[in-house]
Design a protein around this ligand. Sequence first.
Ligand code: FAQ
Length: 309
Amino acid sequence: SEEDLETHFERTIARDQRIEPRDWVPEGYRKTMVRQIAQHAHSEIIGMQPEGAWITRAPSLRRKAILLAKVQDEAGHGLYLYSAAETLGADRADLTQKLIDGKQKYSSIFNYPTLSFADVGVIGWLVDGAAICNQVPLCRSSFGPYARAMIRICKEESFHQRQGYELLMTMMRGTPAQREMVQDAVNRWWWPSLMMFGPPDHDSPNTERSMAWKIKRHTNDELRQRFVDMSVPQAEALGVTLPDPDLKWNADRGHYDFGEIDWSELKRVISGDGPCNAERVERRRKAHEDGAWVREAAAAYAAKRRESA
Ligand code: FAQ
């Protein structure tokens, strides 16, 4: 009966075991999980654009090969995640359509422009760094296919983060103009990176429910603090300053204090009005339309194979 199924679900969560596609789940759990996985998948796919813009302009063959590999990894993560959403009954074509129609979100961070090659390094260091901070605990998320996807994704993100930091280290050993490019990129990406963790806990409608279901393991503010604490020494080692005059060690808390985040900016970017929202979605729509012949050919080929079988 429905009651037995619900008891089984609650018990699975309480015992810290995984929910699998065959298991009954409450409708709210399914919806929340599809929302988060789809948003995550869309972020990976849209996230290919800001860095992809630099593939043809990379300063050396080596940097170009590295960047190409990274952007390909992101495509892979997106496909992985769409597959995880499909185990919950979502339809990939439908999710893509919702993204293009602006009915589903993707991470705010990918609506900012990449103005110099230093941005590629800073995205690796800060954006992938924030992604890892947020995603390592998701390896223990209660939904099995999502948690397992996160394990591989986090390994690849760690590599991405290191390549970004190495790129920045190289630029910091270069000319004054190169060091200035790095500092400028850090100034532009620092605050948007903090916004990746989502609204503050008191204004985060999904956190409580998602924590109870063990979809999320930490609140948005907890992970944001962890990211700040981890980034400050990295900035020092790199020789850049983080653009926050209020950033300072608080011995009582055992954490860095930091300045007030402009939440109105996050709201604006999430609601579609960031610097590059229109451009990102338009590019995705065009790529989807341009790829229609591939999908038709694949479907025709599959149909033929079925006929001859
Ligand atoms: N941007 O109640 P909450 C990557 C939405 S990393 C846009 O706190 P929740 C790797 C939220 O969805 C980036 N929307 O929500 C990479 C909710 O929407 P609703 C992707 C945001 O879910 C690196 C509403 O606001 N990572 O791609 C944002 O409990 C480099 C209320 O918020 C993930 O998606 C935002 N920043 O917590 C690729 C990680 N923040 O209900 C390429 C998985 C919040 O209106 C290059 N996701 N919203 O539909 C999560 O951990 C969570 O979904 C949070 C939000 C923490 C993002």
